[in-house]
Design a protein. Structure first.
Length: 300
């Protein structure tokens, strides 16, 4: 994990328990900050500090080197990811980038002069989807949309749902892992998503969902962060084909979903049978579950 980092960061992080390390933020010329046990602290040579004094400071050249190493020394090979403002490490670490966005023909081409990196570390939390499974899937598959603000545990729950569905229902699951952070699959490694799970990596939802229905014959497709009209159209087509869909979306709460113009077609057509809202304060906690009519059927 995090083997693309400079040695000074690897040495400093060795004083921490990786189990509780959620996020590493590097900003050029500024103190390095980590999210450890859900709290932000400064990173120093021997672990954490509550003050910036003595903390490690990131340099622009270091940020460029991290991106180069994370791309396995071929930035060209990850151009499509860079266009979307992120890069994924071999073990599912999601590296968000800030810098100068370069446009070509009106579309983002790449990011250069990188000034900030936000590295999110994936975690397996076996059983974190117990409430969702018991309340939504115990009696069979349903279409489910998980909603919450960013970083509240949606991806971790999707991963555990895949594992539990494979284990308890023995059906074929396909994960459309657009950023390779649900399964973190590579040739030699994958997080536990279940024995009956197939993974499509780095593919747009429209392409992956269309190809998957035709070629892999999944019973359920799991995908994260549906956002624009193209994503929603892909989900609707997939559900209409008879394949169940479990997805996530960035939403503050159920009220934001009700007022969203983008998601109106999903609500009108009743694609999702359950909406699961996660708690804002406690990561991974189910705050409430709603039916297709957005009536509350469970409160956590």
């Amino acid at each position: 994990m995090l083997d693309f980092l400079n040695q000074k960061y690897i040495d400093a992080l060795s004083y921490l328990n990786e189990k509780y390390l959620y996020e590493l933020r590097l900003r050029a010329g500024k103190p390095v900050v980590v999210n450890y046990k859900g709290k932000y602290s400064y990173l120093c040579e021997r672990g954490l500090s509550e003050t910036a004094a003595g903390s490690l400071t990131a340099a622009c050249a270091e940020l460029e080197e991290i991106v180069f190493r994370a791309s396995e020394f071929s930035v060209y090979s990850v151009t499509e990811q860079l266009r979307q403002g992120f890069l994924t490490g071999n073990l599912g670490e999601r590296i968000g980038l800030a810098g100068a966005f370069v446009y070509e023909d009106g579309k983002t081409f790449t990011v250069k002069e990188i000034t900030s990196l936000n590295i999110r570390i994936p975690h397996e939390v076996l059983g974190c989807a117990d409430t969702v499974y018991a309340r939504c899937l115990q009696n069979g598959l349903q279409n489910i949309l998980l909603i919450s603000a960013p970083g509240r545990g949606k991806t971790t729950i999707l991963r555990d749902l895949s594992r539990q569905i494979c284990q308890k229902q023995i059906v074929n699951v396909l994960i459309n892992d657009e950023r390779n952070e649900i399964a973190a699959a590579s040739r030699d490694f994958t997080l536990d998503t279940g024995a009956f799970c197939d993974v499509v990596r780095y593919s747009y939802k429209r392409d992956a969902l269309t190809a998957a229905v035709r070629a892999m014959r999944p019973d359920v497709i799991i995908t994260d962060e549906i956002a624009g009209a193209e994503d929603i159209a892909a989900v609707i087509d997939c559900a209409r084909s008879g394949v169940h869909v479990i997805a996530s979306a960035h939403m503050k709460d159920i009220g934001s979903l009700r007022s969203s113009e983008i998601f109106r077609s999903l609500l009108t057509e009743g694609i999702f049978e359950r909406y699961v809202a996660l708690d804002f304060d406690e990561i991974g906690k189910v705050a409430a579950i709603y039916d297709a009519a957005l009536q509350c059927v469970y409160r956590g």
